[in-house]
Design a protein around this ligand. Structure first.
Ligand SMILES: Cc1cc2nc3c(=O)[nH]c(=O)nc-3n(C[C@H](O)[C@H](O)[C@H](O)COP(=O)(O)OP(=O)(O)OC[C@H]3O[C@@H](n4cnc5c(N)ncnc54)[C@H](O)[C@@H]3O)c2cc1C
Length: 469
């Protein structure tokens, strides 16, 4: 019997002792479990309040329609598949295309169209764009926030005219002048890449890259539970116990162990605790005071079916217009086929002071699309969902505050990482996997043939933020 188990029996009756407890069964928690198994741990517990694993990979189905909470696209060269290769056969292969509704009411290229946003705008607009870029480059002050960063690269006129400024506000839940510069430098390098003279010249000299070899994937029509079940089974066979649908009341600590006390049922204990749940929640559970709670986005998802003329061909459409809180929509019938002849799609709406419910979000979306001549026909709301803690909001100083709070959890003995556990905007399961591996000091013995493909893919992610949540 394990030493910690013996000790546990003395100090915490009724409790089982695990090598480690992982809070959260999202991608970060699942990869953490896989890594810990590979590192020799034999008894692990993964605890989550959701009934299913996969975290915020959430689907919703009714009346033959099937939707995701947001635009969730995966790739067949994802490092997640090195942990769970058994998932690959369950995805479906899709061919998504991305577009953007611009402030001039046109559906065009995402994230920016040189033809529509610049060249076809006429000589006056071209001159204004050029002057504004020259002004921004010559009179560069200190870059303090995301707006300064974007202005420096494309000028204030194009930033406004392209709708990028509005999209940033929608996406991050804050006006860009309030978004931390660190995030801009981390996640918006594509602006720099598209607009610096040196990179443009480099691109012109470069031979065309071979076509991306990875496949775009979506979950099976049956949903995420069906997709992730083989991963759950594989981990369970290797000593991982899943405690799903568990409301945790608190986490206590004695000299040797962390003890998770659920609202109902048995408590469990382990020498090691890993948290991938939001930092705010980890603090509350451990009874640690938090002077400044970290802010997160609440996402409202609207699920529509539609019959008529949708007005554009792309399967994923971003809202860069000046109005409305919806940020992106995904036409799921392009991936799974129509139901009873109807198309269907999910709309992601970032909740704000005025858009606080499904009804308000729906009303605003309907008005907005009618004004932009898209979805002309019979638009029917099939359902909706509200997801709290969808992703972090990077107000000024938030990353530094998050680092302090993670350090506090570390002092308490908890290793915290993941999209919420590190307050780190991880756009994809790919990034979550790599960061979980890194946090646990694990290097996957990767086959050499995979390396160039991955490098190319990661580069694309930086350039085109289309696969992000
Ligand atoms: C709208 C949206 C779109 C996305 N699009 C893509 C995409 O196109 N491609 C892609 O690869 N990835 C996408 N992602 C997300 C990306 O996969 C994330 O990087 C990943 O989901 C983060 O995983 P995580 O485990 O860190 O966090 P999460 O998935 O958020 O998991 C955290 C877990 O903690 C649990 N938890 C929280 N509080 C408690 C508590 N008190 N007690 C117990 N458990 C708790 C939650 O239930 C959840 O299961 C998207 C995500 C969203 C939300």
């Amino acid at each position: 019997m394990h030493d910690s188990y013996e000790l546990q029996q003395e100090t915490v009756s009724e409790a089982e002792a695990y090598d480690a407890i992982i809070l959260g069964a999202g991608i970060s928690g699942l990869v953490a479990a896989s890594v810990l198994v590979r590192q020799g741990n034999r008894r692990l517990a993964v605890v989550d309040e959701y009934e299913n694993i996969g975290g915020n990979h959430i689907d919703w189905s009714a009346n033959g329609f099937t939707f995701d909470v947001g635009s969730l696209v995966f790739q067949d060269d994802s490092p997640l598949l090195r942990h769970f290769p058994e998932l690959l056969e369950h995805y479906i292969h899709i061919h998504p295309t991305w577009g953007r509704l611009n402030p001039q009411r046109k559906v065009t290229r995402y994230p920016i169209s040189v033809a529509d946003d610049i060249l076809r705008a006429g000589p006056l607009v071209i001159c204004r764009i050029a002057l504004s870029v020259i002004h921004a480059r010559l009179w560069r002050g200190q870059l303090r926030n995301a707006k300064d960063f974007a202005t420096f690269w494309i000028g204030s006129y194009l930033l406004k005219r392209s709708g990028l400024e509005n999209y940033m506000a929608r996406f991050y839940g804050l006006p860009p002048e309030h978004i931390d510069l660190e995030l801009a430098e981390k996640r918006m390098m594509w602006i720099k890449e598209h607009s610096s003279l040196r990179s443009l010249l480099k691109k012109m000299r470069q031979k065309k890259l071979p076509h991306m070899q990875n496949k775009q994937l979506a979950r099976p029509k049956a949903g995420y539970a069906a997709l992730y079940e083989p991963a759950r089974r594989g981990l369970a066979e290797n000593g991982v116990t899943f405690r799903l649908g568990t409301q945790i009341s608190k986490v206590e600590k004695d000299e040797q162990h962390f003890i998770v006390i659920p609202a109902h049922g048995e408590r469990i204990a382990a020498k090691r605790m890993i948290s991938t749940v939001p930092i705010n929640i980890a603090h509350q559970l451990c009874g640690l005071s938090q002077e400044k709670p970290l802010k997160t986005i609440t996402l409202i998802s609207l699920y529509f079916s539609f019959s008529g003329d949708r007005g554009f061909a792309q399967s994923i459409l971003y809202n860069f217009s000046y109005e409305a809180a919806w940020k992106r929509l995904t036409i799921y019938s392009d991936f799974y086929g129509r139901t009873d002849g109807r198309e269907y799609f999910a709309v992601e709406v970032v909740s704000n002071d005025t858009i606080t419910s499904i009804e308000l979000a729906e009303a605003e979306f309907r008005t907005h699309v009618a004004g932009n001549n898209i979805f002309t026909g019979d638009l029917r709301l099939e359902g909706g969902q509200i997801l709290e803690n969808a992703y972090p909001i990077y107000t000024h100083g938030a990353p530094a505050e998050a680092a302090r709070q993670i350090e506090r959890l570390k002092q308490f003995g908890i290793e915290s990482f993941g999209r919420h556990g590190a307050f780190n905007y991880q756009p994809t399961a790919r990034v979550s996997t790599l960061e979980a591996e890194w946090a646990l000091g694990y290097r996957h013995p990767e086959p050499a043939s995979d390396a160039p493909n991955r490098e190319r893919h990661d580069k694309r992610l930086e350039l085109i933020p289309c696969e992000s949540g």
